[in-house]
Design a protein around this ligand. Sequence first.
Ligand SMILES: Cc1cc2nc3c(=O)[nH]c(=O)nc-3n(C[C@H](O)[C@H](O)[C@H](O)COP(=O)(O)O)c2cc1C
Length: 309
Amino acid sequence: MRVDLGGIRMKNPVTVASGTFGYGAEYAKLVDVTRLGAITVKGIRLQPWSGNPLPRHVEVPGGMVNAIGLQGPGVEGFARDYMPFLRTTGVPVIVNIWGTSEEEYAEVARRLSEVEGVSGLELNISCPNVKEGGNAFGTDPRAVSSLVATVRRATRLPLMPKLAPNVPDIKLFVRAAQEAGADALALINTLPAMVIDIETRRPILANKVGGLSGPAIHPVAVKLVWEAAQVARVPLLAMGGIVGPDEAIEFLIAGASAVAVGTANFIDPTTPLRVLEGIEAYLRRHGMNSVAALTGSLCMTNPATNVEP
Ligand SMILES: Cc1cc2nc3c(=O)[nH]c(=O)nc-3n(C[C@H](O)[C@H](O)[C@H](O)COP(=O)(O)O)c2cc1C
């Protein structure tokens, strides 16, 4: 079950998606977090950040739309208040980082490189680039390339940009990120979305728009992971709508080396462990002796004719 996610050494391929598992400690009361392959924490920027005003999440059929706005304790607060517990778990810690300029991302990466117990950085690139008129870094391949190269120079920690799904050609972003020095890639982040209260005719979220996550986005994510795998030279961490082992196994077949459980943690915090057990059972059932054998094992023959197109 061991996976090397671009230098992040996981004892199994299952982690949790940033923002859906707090900083690990919150969930340790509910599940044995030491069984996870890695713990991925909520997004951290340089300074503490209070996020968006309430209401900032709403349930929809097939998932939820959130506009938390990346609330967090900042680098120093994270290192002081949350790392001591995380270190006791013995599980690799992936820190999701963000900023509003390349320099901020780089500074966060630099500071986290000095924090004992941080195993890798997941770069949330779905953030507005304030210096470039507020366009998200993650929807412009040149901005992704420049950002990843800047952060690369700031740290020797494994670097895993997290790709945005709302782009016309994911392969451009895979190439841009890996050529700029990414060690692994995570995908997908939430899909831009909006929910309206029809009685008041107002947006339900104070931020008006948010990001859709949960089962509704799973097939979208599978397609993007499959496309990304065709050009990726680095391992992929897949997420989007995993609710049990089947969705996770689908991602592995599509080309992912590891998977992350997100929104499902809010419904059933034991989901990551069920996913883990389900992958093990699948490997046994199919006579496969490693999870690596499953990665990218998609069979391309037509289901009706059994012929390769
Ligand atoms: C409440 C909430 C908070 C999130 N916070 C972050 C975050 O801080 N950084 C980030 O990169 N992604 C964040 N995400 C996106 C998830 O990590 C994940 O990419 C996405 O939800 C898709 O997976 P899922 O469908 O299994 O939830 C958040 C998602 C949710 C639902």
